[in-house]
Design a protein around this ligand. Structure first.
Ligand code: NAI
Length: 244
């Protein structure tokens, strides 16, 4: 049985991706920053109900040593790691003029360094397997920029560069690396925005609705499938047409 490892998967988009990949038949390695993140939801039970193996691995993905230990533990438990979804991410929004160094550095560590950490350690496992799929969560903010998100948009643009680099470094070993760039998706992350911010966003979306987590999970499922075997180094926007 093939295994998929999804970071930051206790809730939101990560949980939806984990559930969808379980439906596709993958055994699932979940991850989040703390046990507490799994307490108010039943993602473990929902995945187990699909008849696949599921286990959670608590770690801070921005921590290099913890990332290495976690990948070792997943490999030992599941035998292989066939799909890595670098999903964990945070926002610490604010206009540049008022943004603190801490706000900037924190977002870079969690959103960007984590992608290096996990892609390196899981990539090493995949290279020995001579196969694998790495799928990164970028954002339209990394493509077009977004006021109040200099930290976040920097990390999401970086992820696009990292995706293309990993695709080039690992392609000859049968490993693909792609990114999805969501627009505005309804999750706890976007619940924090004010109604004014949400309405301004809605005006720019061609489809005149916000995205659902399943809109992201479906495209990730495709990228992890046999049908996407020859797709690599690509960034797929899933935004209802926020900009084109
Ligand atoms: P969310 O906040 O609902 O979920 C993120 C998960 O990551 C949480 O469970 C959180 O505890 C976990 N996490 C945070 N820091 C972590 C760390 N250091 N180690 C391990 N886990 C950690 O967010 P959402 O909306 O589900 O976002 C998921 C991904 O999609 C993020 O990378 C985000 O930037 C990206 N995205 C989301 C969009 C949206 O509209 N919701 C739009 C574009 C991109």
């Amino acid at each position: 049985m093939a295994t998929a490892f999804i970071t930051g998967s206790a809730r939101g988009i990560g949980a939806a991706i984990a559930l969808r990949l379980a439906e596709d038949g993958f055994d699932i390695a979940l991850n989040d920053i703390s046990e507490a993140m799994f307490e108010d939801n039943d993602i473990m039970e929902k995945i187990a109900a699909k008849g696949v193996k599921v286990q959670k691995f608590i770690c801070d993905v921005s921590n290099y040593a913890q990332a290495e230990e976690t990948v070792k533990a997943i490999k030992a438990e599941f035998g292989s790691i066939d799909v890595l979804v670098n999903n964990a991410g945070i926002t610490r929004d604010g206009l540049m003029a008022r943004m603190s160094e801490e706000q900037y550095d924190m977002v870079v560590a969690v959103n960007q360094k984590s992608v290096f950490n996990m892609s390196k350690f899981v990539g090493n496992v995949m290279m020995r397997q001579k196969s694998g799929r790495i799928i990164n969560l970028a954002s339209v903010a990394g493509v077009y920029g977004n006021p109040g998100q200099i930290n976040y948009s920097a990390t999401k643009a970086a992820i696009i560069g990292m995706t293309k680099t990993v695709a080039k470094e690992l392609g000859s070993r049968g490993i693909t690396c792609n990114a999805v760039a969501p627009g505005f998706i309804k999750t706890p992350m976007t619940d924090k925005l004010t109604d004014d911010q949400k309405n301004a966003m809605l005006g720019q979306i061609a489809m005149k609705r916000f995205g659902e987590v399943e809109d992201i999970a479906g495209v990730v499922s495709f990228l992890a499938s046999k049908d996407a075997a020859y797709v690599t180094g690509q960034v797929i926007e899933i935004s209802g047409g926020i900009m084109m």
